[in-house]
Design a protein around this ligand. Structure first.
Ligand code: ADP
Length: 489
């Protein structure tokens, strides 16, 4: 038995404290899965106004002095509601106690001082990581996530004694890139202004701090780990990622079946499982009623939930809508994001009120009801590091239709003739990010939907897949041990 160790999990969002996407779900469920296997785990998160409101009881336990914050920064200790994982909120009110999102203001614009905000967060994490809180606690491993924690590995590299560092890349599209003068205003050590450190084509990249200085890198699916080493997905960082390939692993995210399980989901009308799939129909009925769609039980209902950004390929859906609506189907869509995509979807719903229901906004309960009520779930993503909604859809018997990229490729088995015959098909997968490829695959799905016995076999096979954290949390544990035993440099 190797010795138990302390883990500090540094992240910029976590369900149910604050969430913009899958990262928050991962932070919640991965730390919950790891908790029994490490000596002590602490999550560290900025004390956003929303997080303060959702955290329950908090106790100030330490005061830190960090560069970039005139006022002392407090550490507030609490527990993540639901998982009981201990959380330390970095309380720098000037930077975090605001209305709006974790990264953007209430109008959706990035906070202009994001670099300063996450530099202060990183510096507080470094103090904790080096045991300089006066609390007598220090981690053996720091697990950082995405650019918001990218300065942590870079700053820790300059310390004489530091914990092992694992850095997970959840989405390479978000890099924390700022103009060169920001580097000066943050008073970062001069040694970090170099192409082999934070400099990226004359700008400062927070993400590079993680990519270069962490002992081990992970991303959230095996396919995405390969994709980001190519120019198509690498945003100019593919060379660096290929250089670090020996220390880069793809570990698929898990789904939290405590929250996402149609057998006991409190947010849905009727509970069901793979052997009682016929009970799912009641959820469709309720969803159609709630969304104002005609109650036609045999019209296939296509669901889509997500951030409405270019990545998600909504434009492909918009292009095929006229042809798709030749079929007697309905569409239920929930999301928010770029205004022009929101508007295009609202326009489509306005023109086809009997066929398309669009809900703009963030709505956890409706997300569960769409997963339970829809027959099919669409994810035509141009890239998808892992994707969680297809994992939830599989569990809800809501057959996913996805593009073969990233975690979608690693979790959905296409209903090809071979897989149908073998009984292993769980969804529909298409290759090219083109309207023609999407339409062809949608029509394939619609044709099979007309064969209820075959359709039920596919849905039930999806429901029986196990994408829980059990297996993949072990992969992280193994990596934490490896990072301690053999640091990168
Ligand atoms: P990403 O991390 O790129 O946003 P994922 O599929 O990994 O995509 O995770 C998205 C998560 O956010 C899922 O839990 C999904 O249900 C949720 N989600 C996204 N948009 C909304 C919304 N408008 N309302 C409710 N939940 C949403």
């Amino acid at each position: 038995m190797s010795k138990p160790f302390n883990l500090l999990f540094a992240v910029s969002e976590a369900h149910p404290l604050i969430k913009t996407g899958g990262l928050a779900d991962v932070a919640y469920s991965l730390t919950a899965a790891l908790k029994p296997h490490v000596h002590e785990v602490r999550m560290v998160l900025p004390a956003y106004r929303a997080a303060l409101a959702h955290a329950g009881h908090l106790e100030p336990i330490a005061t830190l002095h960090v560069a970039g914050s005139d006022a002392p920064v407090r550490i507030l200790e609490g527990e993540v509601p639901g998982s009981g994982v201990k959380v330390w909120l970095v309380d720098a009110p000037f930077y975090f106690d605001r209305d709006g999102g974790p990264y953007s203001d209430p109008h959706g614009h990035d906070w202009p001082d994001n670099a300063a905000r996450f530099a202060v967060f990183a510096r507080a994490i470094v103090e904790i990581a080096c045991g300089r809180t006066g609390l007598g606690w220090r981690p053996d491993v720091v697990h950082c996530n995405d650019w918001q924690t990218g300065l942590v590995p870079a700053l820790l590299a300059l310390e004489s004694a530091r914990p092992a560092i694992v850095f997970t890349l959840h989405n390479l599209a978000y890099q924390g890139l700022f103009d060169a003068d920001v580097f000066q205003t943050l008073a970062l050590p001069a040694a970090l202004w170099a192409p082999e450190a934070l400099e990226f084509h004359g700008r400062v990249s927070f993400l590079k701090g993680g990519l270069i200085f962490a002992d081990r890198l992970t991303t959230v699916s095996p396919t995405y780990a390969k994709e980001i080493q190519t120019p198509e997905f690498g945003y100019g960082l593919e060379g660096l990622l290929a250089h670090r390939a020996r220390h880069l692993t793809g570990i698929l995210n898990g789904a939290d079946y405590g929250v996402w399980n149609p057998a006991h989901d409190p947010l849905i009308a009727a509970h069901y499982g793979p052997d009682t799939l016929h009970l799912k129909a009641a959820n469709k009925d309720v969803l159609q009623r709630q969304l104002g769609l005609p109650q036609i039980s045999d019209a296939p209902l296509l669901g889509l939930i997500g951030r409405l950004v270019e990545q998600k390929g909504i434009d492909l859906l918009l292009s095929v809508l006229p042809a798709l609506l030749q079929h007697p189907l309905q569409i239920a869509l929930l999301g928010s994001g770029e205004k022009h995509i929101e508007q295009a979807l609202l326009d489509a719903a306005k023109h086809h009120p009997q066929r398309i229901a669009v809900h703009i906004g963030y709505n956890e309960a409706l997300a569960h009801r769409i997963e339970a009520g829809a027959d099919m779930f669409l994810m035509p993503s141009r890239f998808e590091p892992c994707g969680l909604n297809q994992l939830y859809s599989l569990r809800y018997g809501t057959v996913p239709i996805v593009r073969r990229t990233g975690g979608l490729a690693d979790s959905v088995m296409d209903a090809s003739a071979t897989h149908l015959k073998a009984g292993t098909a769980t969804g529909f997968v298409f290759d090219d990010a083109t309207p023609a490829a999407l339409l062809h695959t949608l029509e394939r799905a619609l044709a099979l939907f007309r064969k209820p016995a075959q359709w039920r076999t596919i849905a039930a096979c999806g429901m029986r897949q196990d994408f829980s954290w059990n297996k993949n949390a072990s992969a992280y544990l193994a990596l934490y041990r490896e990072a301690q035993a053999t640091p990168a440099a």
